[in-house]
Design a protein around this ligand. Sequence first.
Ligand SMILES: NC(=O)c1ccc[n+]([C@@H]2O[C@H](COP(=O)([O-])OP(=O)(O)OC[C@H]3O[C@@H](n4cnc5c(N)ncnc54)[C@H](OP(=O)(O)O)[C@@H]3O)[C@@H](O)[C@H]2O)c1
Length: 299
Amino acid sequence: MHFALVVAMLAMLCVMERTIAFSVSRVSRTQNGRQLSMMAKKKKEMPANPVVVITGSSRGIGKACALALAEAGCKVIVNYASQEQAAVDVCNEIKAIADANGKGGVGIPMKANIGNVDEVKAMFAKINEEVGPVDILVNNAGITRDMLTMMMQPNDFTDVISLNLNGVFWASQAAFTGSMMGQKRGRIINIASIVGQIGNPGQANYAAAKGGVIGMTRALAKEFGGRGICVNAVCPGFIESDMTKDLNKENLLPFIPLKRFGQPEEVASLVKFLALDPAGGYMTGHAISIDGGMAIGAT
Ligand SMILES: NC(=O)c1ccc[n+]([C@@H]2O[C@H](COP(=O)([O-])OP(=O)(O)OC[C@H]3O[C@@H](n4cnc5c(N)ncnc54)[C@H](OP(=O)(O)O)[C@@H]3O)[C@@H](O)[C@H]2O)c1
């Protein structure tokens, strides 16, 4: 009899315990739900017509990015260094696209040497004043000064570092402090290179800059993440553009599994994904290759 009483009491305790555990888990689920909905509220959506800065977008990959983003309705700052007419032509193409699709894309040409910190600061100040806060930055401007190390001149090295590496920092810093930090949203896409990952003889300067951009991408992703800003790098292989027009293709194709150079539009499509797709809002700190398989080696 005494034993039966003990068993009954234990059973009652079990039921009570389960009831308490259930209500605790309900409370914590509700708290989690509240936290999640608070986090969801914190995530800031892109406006319908985001302001996009694309450095070096008068030609090549930058131009393809400008057309792709403007087609989606972005207001694109078409930055250039010297070829004003080419930048104006890109803006005219954007106008024709916007007139046809009615999505409100705009192209605005803007001159600035991205390797010069004062010119970068002045350009971003002008954009903030005349166009609005920057939502998306594509760090694309770049040059090559290829030479074997034994013959490379100091300027060949420092000019490439100054634009391809320092310029990425000046523009990212200006976009962050001038717009994205306050808006608590933004996307930065750095055009690095497969050469920054696997190296290339005759390109110690370029590889150093692009490898640096990949490292900077990860550092900025960690630093800006708390503000809802995503920072990613895109690493193209050989892409058809003025930069690669003098290369001997026949010598290079054996190193590319897909046996062709890429098109600027293919890179632009990846940039558009990172810039505008909802998935791009939860990707940060990545270096994504678009290289016809070059990084994995020839087949
Ligand atoms: N093509 C490839 O195979 C390849 C592969 C990997 C990575 N990338 C990278 O992709 C980016 C674009 O390359 P691309 O092939 O399109 O080059 P591109 O056809 O030579 O075009 C370069 C662009 O950069 C601009 N630019 C040059 N110096 C500048 C400066 N100091 N300030 C501002 N803009 C400047 C040019 O403006 P102007 O017209 O005014 O001169 C032009 O719009 C570069 O960062 C490059 O390193 C290219």
